[in-house]
Design a protein around this ligand. Structure first.
Ligand SMILES: [Zn+2]
Length: 288
């Protein structure tokens, strides 16, 4: 159909066999015998475990405080995150930059997880909702409605007189159903940030094919969205996910399609793990 454009994402990621850390930068190292950089590649869009594993890394390293070791391990397994494919790999990747970008993506992923899982207490950390009547000038100023607050929080003012605040919720109903405006604000914020972080993506093609039969002859190319870095590929994948009707499991951080309204975890295993961790956490608190 005209107007409906769907392109496949494509990103060939290189993972080197040997790396060395030089002054906080991970640099690929050539094989001492052959002098070649041995490496293998994989298609990032066939790996939906990449964002969950990055989020797990940040959560784990924040708890244990061994971020450099965790980042190095991830690069050795999955390749560079931030380095663009046009840059020579010998430049390597700064572990500090890797960590900052991983944290940024993790924060957005957690916000998304909390919004879709109706975690109101968590959402209140980011969103300030002001219930007040604004002047017409203030309403005209979109920034004020969906902008970032001074403290870096998402700021939403729910006072479009009697008009809709979020997902069909009217201003006078906001007190009864507080959750919707919070979800609305956070999901808007996440979608905006993900879009911003994607930036510009190249559209490329390969394979020109001629289709011929006794009646007609036509031609087609195979088109792809081709990000310049793994990070851009992950944001693109995140954005794609926002168009789907999914939730994210707060135990393994993987997206899943829920079967019930109150389903929070992707599986019984993850639900069990969550409750075991929670129990252990409480025991720890009691001990100290
Ligand atoms: Zn799970």
């Amino acid at each position: 159909m005209w107007g409906s454009v769907v392109f496949t994402g494509r990103f060939r990621q290189t993972v080197y066999k040997r790396y060395r850390e030089i002054n906080g930068v991970m640099v690929p190292v050539a094989d001492p015998q052959t002098g070649y950089y041995s490496a293998y590649t994989y298609d990032a869009f066939s790996r939906d475990d990449l964002i969950p594993s990055l989020v797990q890394l940040v959560v784990r390293a924040s708890r244990k405080g061994n971020q450099n070791r965790e980042c190095k391990k991830w690069i050795k397994t999955n390749g560079f995150l931030v380095q663009r494919i046009c840059e020579p790999p010998s430049k390597g990747e700064s572990l500090e930059v890797f960590w900052q970008e991983a944290v940024k993506l993790t924060k957005l992923w957690c916000m998304y997880t909390e919004a879709v899982n109706r975690d109101l207490e968590a959402l209140k950390r980011y969103v300030s909702i002001k219930i007040e009547r604004l002047t017409l000038d203030e309403i005209k100023n979109e920034e004020f409605l969906w902008g970032k607050g001074n403290d870096g929080r998402v700021c939403v003012s729910s006072s479009l007189f009697e008009s809709e605040v979020a997902f069909g919720v009217k201003l006078k109903e906001v007190k009864e159903d507080f959750l919707a405006p919070y979800q609305y604000a956070v999901l808007h914020y996440v979608a905006g940030e993900v879009s911003y972080n994607i930036g510009n993506v190249r559209i490329v093609y390969d394979r020109l094919t001629k289709h011929e039969n006794s009646d007609t002859d036509t031609f087609s190319i195979q088109a792809y969205l081709e990000p310049a870095s793994l990070l851009q590929a992950l944001y693109l994948w995140f954005f794609q996910l926002l168009t789907e009707k999914r939730k994210v499991c707060p135990t393994c951080w993987a997206p899943f399609t829920p079967r019930r309204r109150d389903q929070v975890f992707c599986s019984d295993g993850c639900r069990f793990t969550h409750h075991t961790r929670k129990r252990r956490g409480q025991q720890r608190k009691e001990r100290f």
